[in-house]
Design a protein around this ligand. Structure first.
Ligand SMILES: [Zn+2]
Length: 186
């Protein structure tokens, strides 16, 4: 869970969510993110835009938005849900809930400590699939197709958002329209 104030500064955080928006998962601690704007941690333009739309929507409607996402570690697939809710005075809270977890053989490509080459692969920050020439595949599949198993150095990862996750977020924003918004709290 983390909380933003009306200026999108991170004012409260717990450890569970850190890897979600993080581009460098090893560097982030609660101490390192507090009092900094959320935007410091989201470099990708399209991802920023989606966050802005969600925040605007939640703040103006007072309705919760729910977004499924993955928070994987090399050896565990974590299926999560994020609830984004308005608090008084323009603050917004992101609550993350584990839906289910599955063990798998550890994937070095997702290990922040792995040795990296200059090559970059794009990973969706939400569903954690990898962009292979516009086709988004699970990390296991990407490792297979790129023949990375046992590779000495792995491509680096850069975060983005895939079309499916983008569409899910837009649908969720759309869902909160129409029933009449609750007035903003002071
Ligand atoms: Zn995605």
């Amino acid at each position: 869970m983390y909380r933003l104030d009306a200026q999108d500064r991170i004012v409260h955080v717990n450890r569970a969510w850190l890897s979600f928006a993080a581009e460098n998962e090893t560097a982030l601690t609660p101490e390192a993110v507090l009092d900094r704007p959320l935007w410091d941690f989201i470099a990708d333009k399209e991802t920023r835009q989606v966050y802005r739309m969600i925040l605007t929507r939640v703040r103006s409607s007072g309705k919760e938005v729910y977004i499924p996402f993955r928070c994987d570690s090399p050896g565990i697939r974590r299926f999560m849900e994020m609830e984004i809710a308005r608090l008084p005075e323009g603050a917004v809270e992101f609550r993350c809930r584990l839906i289910r977890a599955e063990k798998r053989l550890p994937i070095a490509l997702l290990d922040p400590a792995a040795d990296r080459s200059d090559e970059l692969l794009q990973i969706c920050g939400w569903c954690k699939r990898i962009n292979l020439d516009g086709g988004w595949v699970e990390a296991e599949e990407a490792v297979k197709r790129l023949d990375l198993f046992g590779a000495e150095r792995l491509p680096g990862l850069t975060h983005g958002i895939c079309p499916d996750c983008h569409a899910t977020a837009m649908r969720e924003i759309e869902r909160t329209r129409g029933e009449g918004d609750s007035p903003a709290e002071a």
